[in-house]
Ligand binder design. Structure first.
Ligand SMILES: Cc1ncc(COP(=O)(O)O)c(C=O)c1O
Length: 444
């Protein structure tokens, strides 16, 4: 990295270009290169870069009211966005409320504390722990890491993290029970029942899950019936159900929230990333009427808070992004765009190391394996996902690589999560760049 930089970087041995401009699906750098953002910059940029209406809305809000602390004031853009999000959510969120944060990890922290205090409010103070899944990711703060099951991201901090209980992932391509759907009868969902029976369920507040596991498993979609079974087990043991829609939320899978594909009614929905499409740091915790009621009828005060929660400029960005999604019919555009992207990627499946192209809507994963017939991963030392990212970037396309989908260390995949405005020509460019990247990586 450049000695001239004053930034504490994510990685000291990576030399990163400086991004200076974004427009549509493209990012431009100081040294004159341009890149097609096929990852939506980590599943963030839903409407595309450089939309002038969003900047104008943020500027107008900052000029009128940039900040008023939420201990003393509400503000109009937050109020408006909250009502709009609840209207998009499943029916049990009508009469719910929204708690705005500055991003996904803060949304997870908020949900963990909401669940804990909910049970205090209803007279069950023995409940405190949130159960989750291995091979999942819910954020980088300590509470969020406690529930995350991403081994590589947890490992250095293990002594700081209590173990609240993790169940098996739902990952058909590498089934942890070595079974096949539907004969498996979604045994991975029943793992929640087993864990609750083994460990006292009366100490658990909630189960948190990604409807489609993004970063860790590379867009692994659960089979039919999985989420319904999970919800049924939670209800039976009085656990709240927390859907982490930080990656999937606000249209990425073709519906406002991915749980709506399964007609699921979680108690809490988390968002971040796409809610303001990268124009401002923003997350939202949607709280269903049942949970709201417990606080309203109970102590009346949630013992939690962030200085920047419900920030007027961030929520103004959120409203402007939602205006743009609605006025350009972008929720409805996800499916047709996903179809042309899938069609463009389909020939890659013939590559000897492209194992599985999976996902829903515009959250797609491409898994790379050493041996397709055995579904055998590469040696992690080979850094295949990262090498493929670099080669695709050299070919002008940005992807989101991760290693460890199989067991936390082994398993390489690339995530694709482009803006919903992607054109067929851009889909073809993505496929072309990936094809040449694979040729380069496996030739070298
Ligand atoms: C499912 C999920 N939850 C939470 C987070 C954390 O969000 P943030 O990085 O905005 O804190 C992420 C980030 O990748 C995520 O994918």
């Amino acid at each position: 990295m450049s000695d001239a930089s004053s930034l504490f970087p994510r990685h000291f041995r990576k030399d990163l270009p400086v991004a200076v401009r974004g427009e549509g699906c493209w990012l431009y750098t100081q040294d004159g290169h341009k890149f097609l953002d096929a990852a939506g910059s980590a599943a963030v940029v839903n409407i595309g870069h450089g939309v002038p209406e969003i900047a104008a809305a943020m500027s107008a809000q900052a000029s009128q009211l940039a900040f008023a602390h939420t201990s003393q004031f509400h503000n109009a853009p937050a109020e408006k966005l909250a009502a709009r999000l609840l209207a998009l959510a499943p029916p049990n969120f009508q009469n719910g409320r929204v708690y705005f944060t500055s991003g996904g990890s803060e949304s997870t922290e908020t949900a963990i504390k909401l669940a804990r205090q909910y049970f205090i409010e209803i007279g069950q103070p023995s409940r405190f722990r949130v159960v989750s899944r291995r091979q999942s990711y819910h954020g980088s703060t300590l509470g969020a890491m406690t529930v995350s099951g991403n081994l590589a991201r947890r490992a250095p901090y293990a002594p700081l993290l209590p173990e609240w209980g993790h169940i098996a992932p739902c990952f058909c391509y590498h089934c942890p029970f070595e079974q096949t759907f539907p004969q498996c009868n979604v045994a991975c969902a029943d793992d929640l029942e087993h864990l609750l029976r083994q460990s006292d369920p009366s100490t658990a507040t909630a189960f948190i899950f990604e409807p489609i596991v993004g970063a860790t498993l590379g867009a692994a979609v659960p089979p039919d019936g999985y989420l319904t079974r999970i919800a049924e087990i939670c209800r039976r043991h009085d656990l709240l159900l927390i859907a982490d829609e930080v990656m999937t939320g606000l249209g990425r899978t073709g519906k406002p929230f991915a749980v709506q594909h399964a007609n699921l009614e979680p108690d809490i929905i988390l968002t971040g990333k796409g809610i303001a499409s990268g124009y401002a740091p923003l997350g939202a915790v949607l709280v269903s009427a049942k949970v709201v009621e417990a606080f309203a009828q109970g102590s009346g005060a949630f013992k939690h808070g962030f200085t920047y929660q419900a920030h007027p400029v961030s929520t103004a960005a959120g409203n402007a992004v939602l205006d743009y999604l609605e006025s350009h019919h972008l929720f409805a555009r996800v499916q047709p765009v996903a179809e042309h992207l899938r069609a463009a990627l389909a020939p890659l499946a013939a590559h000897p190391h492209v194992a599985d192209i999976r996902g829903r809507g515009l959250l797609l994963g491409i898994e790379l394996v050493r041996d397709k017939s055995m579904r055998a991963p590469f040696d992690p030392q080979q850094s295949i996902a990262e090498k493929t990212r670099i080669a695709a970037m050299d070919a002008g396309v940005l992807t989101y690589p991760t290693q460890g989908c199989l067991d936390g260390a082994r398993g390489d995949h690339l995530l694709l999560a482009p803006p919903f405005i992607l054109t067929p020509a851009e889909s073809a460019q993505i496929a072309q760049a990936l094809s040449s990247a694979l040729t380069k990586v496996f030739r070298d």
